[in-house]
Design a protein. Structure first.
Length: 322
């Protein structure tokens, strides 16, 4: 039986309704830092050159590859020797208009996955990976679509017995890390631990779109290896048009075909860090802006005053960046 879906539709709130909309948490990387500290209290960013979201790397990669996409801005902050980068967005301004985005990606993802256990009160699941690229050490955050666990699961009975023997106040449901440095975020232990090899990237594409460069670049930048790809004709996904599997062989070919773009991207990323480090002298805030016109595109680095905060001062101290 084919899978037939209606187009996704996302309607953003109009300006008078903004007062009732949830506010974004002020510090963009605080949840990332608290999650890393929860798993490893000794976690540090001292040896990390760049901390960023996957979206930032994709934009810089496309620019380095010569692709003519939209103009963009990335906010950056230098703390110690670590450059933190996050995409810039004026939330109130972007939500001030009604917008409808059509496609089948969200519906395809929902139709092909199921919730494990009790539904979690969350809108997305994010992973944090670290790796080296050229001379740089990176920590990268990205959203994971789903998992299909291949790793050896924890013995649930043994785990349950261990939890039952714990005093109620120590049950890992809510925790605060070091009271004197506690984050206002609510840290909750739920679910099971899954290895990175279990993560799956879910994509949908029109059957006429045979170009997989965007998908391969995204998976290469995040270190993911497993893909679930459905091709459709106006929302109709036939069973023989769905691919699922490891992409290691395809990734080897893709890397060989894109050696030039990868080298340009790595060099540009190293140059960005060098420029920010030279201008910042250990600290400072910057904006990386890509401007495009009919003659081409240019990437400019600006100093900025104020703007969004990325980590709390207490967290920066704990990560040994202050």
């Amino acid at each position: 039986m084919p899978l037939v879906l209606q187009p996704d539709a996302i309607v953003l709130a109009k300006a008078p309704e903004l007062a009732n909309c949830p506010k974004l948490y002020k510090f963009r990387f605080e949840a990332l830092a608290q999650a890393c500290l929860k798993l490893n209290p000794a976690f540090s960013l001292q040896d990390v050159d760049i901390l960023c979201g996957l979206n930032n790397l994709r934009k810089i990669f496309d620019f380095a590859s010569g692709k003519q996409g939209k103009a963009f801005r990335i906010d950056a902050e230098l703390c110690g020797g670590t450059v933190m980068m996050t995409r810039w967005e004026h939330m109130q301004e972007s939500m001030g208009q009604t917008s409808v985005c059509c496609g089948y990606g969200r519906g395809f993802e929902m139709a092909c996955t199921s919730q494990e256990g009790q539904p979690a009160k969350s809108s997305s699941h994010h992973r944090v990976v670290s790796y080296s690229l050229g001379s740089l050490n990176l920590v990268v955050q990205f959203e994971a679509d789903a998992c299909d666990c291949r790793c050896q699961r924890v013995d649930e009975k043994a785990q349950s017995a261990a939890l039952d023997s714990m005093p109620v106040k120590q049950q890992p449901s809510q925790c605060h890390l070091l009271d004197h440095l506690a984050s206002p975020l609510n840290v909750v232990d739920i679910g099971k631990t899954h290895g990175s090899d279990c993560m799956i990237e879910i994509k949908s594409r029109d059957h006429k779109n045979k170009n997989s460069d965007e998908i391969m670049a995204q998976m290469w930048l995040s270190g993911r290896r497993r893909l679930y790809l459905g091709r459709h004709i106006r929302g109709r996904f036939d069973t023989n048009a769905v691919y699922e599997g490891d992409i290691d062989p395809d990734m080897i070919v893709w890397q060989r075909q894109h050696e030039g773009e990868i080298a340009s991207f790595t060099g540009l990323l190293e140059q960005i860090r060098q420029k920010i480090s030279a201008f910042g002298d250990g600290g400072g805030r910057f904006a990386l802006v890509c401007e495009r016109d009919r003659t081409g595109s240019v990437l400019k680095l600006w100093r900025r005053e104020g703007g969004q905060d990325l980590l709390r001062h207490e967290t920066l101290a704990r990560l040994q960046l202050r």
